[in-house]
Design a binder for this molecule. Structure first.
Ligand SMILES: *Cc1c(COP(=O)(O)O)cnc(C)c1O
Length: 398
């Protein structure tokens, strides 16, 4: 067992930055006032919340900070956007378009809507994980009320053509929501230029605290409240503000935006170095996701003749935190819906490994990981009867 830990699961969550923690600290014990109160003491908390809203609005190029609604994270923002849009447009129609590769926060929400009288089209993706704009346009019907298409995929890192999708949405008068949880703070987003009506994001995917996120909701879009109660968030999301969390997401956003170009450049270089070492040094691998239209920090590969779960356990023994595409969280043995959607057969999809970097990841980390990966893959393959058969057939010239 190794002492050092190499954390390569930044798509699952990230380490909070010390600056973020420092910014949050005064809002636990000193400035604990309720931002909705009138006395001056609470004014500090109220100002912090409104400044945070400004910071986020600026990062998205939103027209006003009033378009930012704080939520308890990305899943909550996704649920709200989709359910409330479906509910408020019910009289216009009951058809929704999304994709086969969305996060479960979107997919399980649209499935719930299907059980409640809505119809949902799940768009296919190509072998790189990109939707087809033609297929999207053909899927639009007179009763289509919403399209929810993710900005960047959390498993394979592919970035969808958001600006073009926004143009189609506008042309047809359909609301456009995007789950930008993996993209926000990592790649540039402009809600005006991209014609995004609703956007979800979450702090803990950009070195902020867990349990805080937001929904961007374009001015003039009438969707209902998520939580009923007090008048917080313009009566749309009741509940006393999570002031430390809100301060944390704003500081995480500020830092991410200030360093975005430099971080992306650095991560892209290290990502491509990792991909090329794997491809050059380990046989029978497939790199998943689009090569260029890709998050700077995402690597996803399938190793044939191997179970992703076994790989994770052996990597963990060497101090490496990674993740696999199989739905280990649900205890199910089904391979990832994303890997199946890009056309992989079960057998190959099972051998997937996702390594997601942060700006702290070094070339030395990557060398350590690849060196271990080579040994582990070899070891697991040597125990695989399938691999044995395969090698025999290869050597006999098939
Ligand atoms: C992590 C993630 C979510 C969920 O966000 P939480 O804040 O953890 O609820 C939703 N969508 C995508 C694409 C994600 O990566």
């Amino acid at each position: 067992m190794s002492d050092e830990m190499i954390y390569l699961d930044n798509a699952a969550t990230t380490a909070m930055k010390p600056e973020v923690f420092e910014a949050m600290k005064p809002y636990f014990m000193e400035n604990y006032g309720n931002p909705s109160s009138v006395y001056r003491f609470a004014g500090t908390a109220k100002k912090a919340v409104e400044d945070a809203r400004e910071e986020i609005a600026k990062a998205l190029n939103a027209k006003s900070s009033g378009e930012i609604y704080f939520t308890g994270g990305g899943s909550e923002a996704d649920n709200w956007a989709i359910k409330a849009a479906a509910e408020s447009c019910r009289d216009k129609g009951r058809h929704i378009i999304t994709t086969k590769i969305e996060h479960h926060a979107v997919l399980h929400t649209t499935e719930w809507l299907e059980r409640n009288g809505y119809e949902v089209t799940y768009l296919n993706v190509d072998e790189d994980g990109l939707i087809s704009l033609e297929e999207l346009e053909q899927a639009i019907r007179p009763d289509t009320i919403l399209m929810s298409i993710m900005f960047a995929n959390n498993e394979i890192g592919t970035i969808e053509p958001i600006k073009e999708i926004g143009e189609i949405a506008r042309r047809h008068g359909v609301l456009f929501h995007t789950d930008a949880v993996q993209a926000f703070g990592h790649v540039p987003i402009d809600v005006q230029e991209m014609n995004i009506d609703m956007l979800s994001a979450s702090a803990h995917k950009l070195h902020g605290p867990k349990g805080i996120g937001f929904l961007y909701l374009r001015n003039g879009i009438k969707i209902g409240a998520l939580l009923h109660g007090g008048g917080q968030e313009r009566s749309r999301r009741a509940g006393t503000h999570n002031v430390p969390g809100i301060v944390g997401i704003a500081e995480a956003t500020r830092l991410a935006m200030a360093n975005m170009a430099a971080n992306a450049k650095r991560e892209t270089e290290i990502r491509d170095y990792l991909i090329s070492r794997i491809e050059n040094e380990i046989p029978y691998v497939r790199v998943n996701g689009h090569r260029e239209k890709r998050l700077p920090n995402n690597v996803n590969v399938c190793f044939r003749f191997i179970e992703g779960e076994s790989l994770l356990i052996l990597l963990d023994q060497q101090g490496i935190c990674a993740s696999s595409g199989s739905a280990c969280t649900s205890g199910s043995l089904d391979p990832s819906h994303v890997l199946l959607a890009i056309g992989l057969i079960h057998e190959i999809a099972h051998g997937s490994l996702r390594l997601t970097l942060s700006e702290e990841t070094t070339k030395e980390d990557i060398d350590y990981v690849v060196d271990n990966l080579k040994t582990i893959v070899e070891k697991l393959r040597s125990m695989s009867p399938l691999y044995d058969d395969f090698v025999k057939k290869e050597s006999e010239g098939k």
